[in-house]
Design a protein around this ligand. Structure first.
Ligand code: NAP
Length: 326
């Protein structure tokens, strides 16, 4: 395994360059399989596990929490301590069963930040959340309130690092500026969807009516270049399995750049003897920008394939070709 630092200051952590997504653990993926995947990930040196207070509400029409609860049971049964970094999120938990974050999210008020983080700590069985993200944006709450509420948790010691997901870059920068001006900790880990294939960003959807704000695009890349304290945690790096099952590719990938990038991915896979999934993960892990892929898996074979990507070295020339394809 290889490691990289996330965050700055006293709460910064050394985490494995491949994070494990536990989104479907305890719902779609049964307990026995989930425990086996977690055990193997840790055995291979992995120590960065991702969940959220709303995972996976859509699987049973509830409000989520199954993933955090499963991780809490796994922690207790294995005697897991500080060596594993648990990241969770709040803000996108639906307020009632049968509703969604698109129309009925808990949001980012001071009350929610305090109460939901406490519930997450209870479910995970942790005194301190190593990394807590704002899962989505909330335009109904003044950003200062959100920033101060997150800052209070860090000051109390119940949260280590702060992160943000799916917000417009200007909102992230504004929140970080407010925090800096107030002498409070700001978001240092940015979690966005990022893979080798790139979506069109002019296709609105219910969650992101301004376009695909959840995707890490050129603006976010520029922000990462300018702010060395930041890390991009790339969610859905394998496009939910679409590299091996193309019928899963969402409609916003239907544009002329997709076949061009797929062609180079397959070319590099042939040259290295690796799979396309491994080339995607290795391209992110060794990228000049601080990108840390966060992949989900449902079987031991998938996990082994993804873990092996950590040791795949791409040449500068292969990287240049992968970067340039469009
Ligand atoms: N911040 C956010 O808003 C947000 C949103 C989504 C996800 N996330 C986080 O990111 C994590 C990963 O995201 P994700 O599950 O959406 O996407 P992903 O990691 O791209 O895809 C995971 C799925 O891809 C398939 N897969 C994985 N490895 C494979 C391999 N080696 N070969 C073939 N198929 C493979 C599996 O599908 P099958 O199980 O169907 O075989 C697996 O469940 C989540 O667990 C969650 O923690 C965050």
């Amino acid at each position: 395994m290889k490691y990289r630092t996330i965050g700055t200051g006293p709460h910064s952590r050394e985490v494995s360059v491949l994070a494990l997504g536990a989104m479907l653990f305890g719902s779609v993926t049964d307990e026995k399989t989930s425990f086996a995947l977690l055990d193997r990930y840790v055995e291979a040196g992995g120590n960065f596990i991702d969940t959220s207070d709303n995972y996976a509400f859509w699987t049973d029409g509830g409000q989520g929490g199954q993933s955090e609860e499963l991780l809490g049971r796994w922690r207790r049964s294995r005697g897991v301590g500080d060596e594993i970094v648990f990241a969770t999120k709040l803000g996108a938990r639906p307020l009632a069963p049968g509703t969604s974050y698109t129309d009925n999210a808990e949001g980012l008020s001071a009350k929610v930040i305090r109460e939901s983080s406490e519930r997450s700590r209870e479910r995970l069985g942790l005194e301190r959340l190593d990394l807590l993200y704002a899962h989505i944006d909330d335009h109904t709450v003044p950003q200062r309130e959100t920033v101060e509420a997150f800052g209070a948790l860090v000051a109390e010691g119940t949260v280590g690092l702060l992160g943000v997901s799916n917000q417009a870059v200007w909102r992230v920068e504004r929140a970080r500026a407010l925090a800096a001006a107030a002498g409070l900790p700001g978001y240092e880990v940015l979690q966005y969807q990022h893979s080798h294939l790139r979506p069109r960003t002019d296709v609105p959807d219910a969650l992101f009516p301004d376009g695909s704000l959840g995707h890490a695009g050129a603006e976010l890349a520029g922000y990462l270049r300018a702010e060395p304290a930041l890390t991009l945690v790339a969610y859905s790096p394998l496009l939910k399995g679409a590299y091996t099952r193309p019928e899963r590719l969402p409609g916003d990938y239907d544009h002329p750049g997709t076949p061009a990038r797929l062609a180079v991915l397959h070319e590099v896979a042939r040259e290295t003897g690796a799979t396309v999934n491994q080339v995607v993960l290795a391209w992110q892990i060794g990228h000049e920008l601080p990108i840390l892929p966060l992949a989900g898996v449902s079987s031991p074979a998938q996990l082994e394939e993804n873990l092996a990507a950590v040791d795949l070295e791409l040449s500068a020339e292969q990287r240049a070709r992968l970067d340039a394809a469009h």
